[in-house]
Design a protein around this ligand. Structure first.
Ligand code: GCO
Length: 255
């Protein structure tokens, strides 16, 4: 049975994986046997993340590039090509949050959030899929959505639009690339205890709301996303395509 989920011999790129959920995905995939490429813009995060994985005996390397820049992504994939590193699994995780009522929101901030959370998945997805198709090996793409792919929340409009877009971008990828044995699926994390949510956790009213509205009665932990990430990266999901799996403690079921 474990062979179904074994990632030995495969290489995964996880964008925005210097810390937070990205790091949890990368560590989980490494534990399942994959070699991992950590991506982050901040060099110190990158160095620290790679060191942590290497200390556990995992095969890890760092690659700093801006996921919103087509030139930077092209250069990064060229560098991987030169080193003979083929990406079999891509997790488009890089993301930012920016909370502001829409009537006060400036276009530049809207654009920044859309670029980082949605357009990046197209840019990096295209670079990875082009190579998977050329090699004829197939591959796995996991895009990261959110509860707001489904249910909007005030003050996070660009994030909501981007995460809704991610759900359908994933289906577009499945529609075009299933014929090349590429499976593209979305993970929708619920309210998880990460740095991105720190302001929400510290807000007593919000924290109480999360605990009350979620049938699980608590926030999720980053490591609770790993099983789904490994499943969608492995042969166990070879006929699963264009799906969105929420890992939310049941929150959407009672909405
Ligand atoms: C926020 C948002 C996010 C999402 C999260 C859960 O204000 O930061 O609400 O936390 O809801 O991605 O899916």
């Amino acid at each position: 049975m474990s062979a179904l989920f074994d990632l030995t011999g495969r290489t995964a790129l996880v964008t925005g994986s210097g810390r937070g959920l990205g790091f949890a995905y990368a560590e989980g995939l490494a534990e399942a046997g994959a070699a991992v490429v950590i991506n982050d813009l901040r060099e110190e995060n990158l160095t620290e993340a790679v060191a942590k994985l290497k200390a556990k005996g995992y095969n890890a390397r760092g690659l700093a590039f801006d996921v919103t820049s087509e030139e930077a992504v092209a250069a990064a994939f060229d560098a991987l090509d030169k080193d003979g590193v083929a990406i079999d699994i891509l997790i488009n995780n890089a993301g930012i949050q920016f909370r502001k009522p829409m009537v006060e929101l400036e276009l530049k901030d809207w654009q920044r959030v859309i670029d980082t959370n949605l357009t990046s998945a197209f840019i990096v997805g295209k670079a990875a899929a082009t190579r998977m198709i050329a090699r004829g090996t197939g591959g796995k793409i996991i895009n990261i959505g959110s509860l707001v792919s489904e249910a909007a929340r005030a003050t996070v409009a660009p994030y909501t639009a981007a995460k809704g877009g991610i759900k359908m971008l994933t289906r577009a990828m499945a529609a075009e690339w299933a014929q090349f044995n590429i499976q593209a699926n979305t993970i929708g994390p619920g309210y998880i205890l990460t740095e991105m949510c720190a302001a929400l956790v510290e807000n007593v009213e919000f924290d109480t709301w999360v605990k009350k509205s979620n049938p699980a009665g608590r926030w999720g932990k980053p490591e609770e996303l790993i099983g789904t990430a490994v499943y969608l990266s492995s042969s166990a999901s070879d006929y699963v395509n264009g799906q969105m799996i929420y890992v939310d403690g049941g929150w959407l079921s009672v909405l």
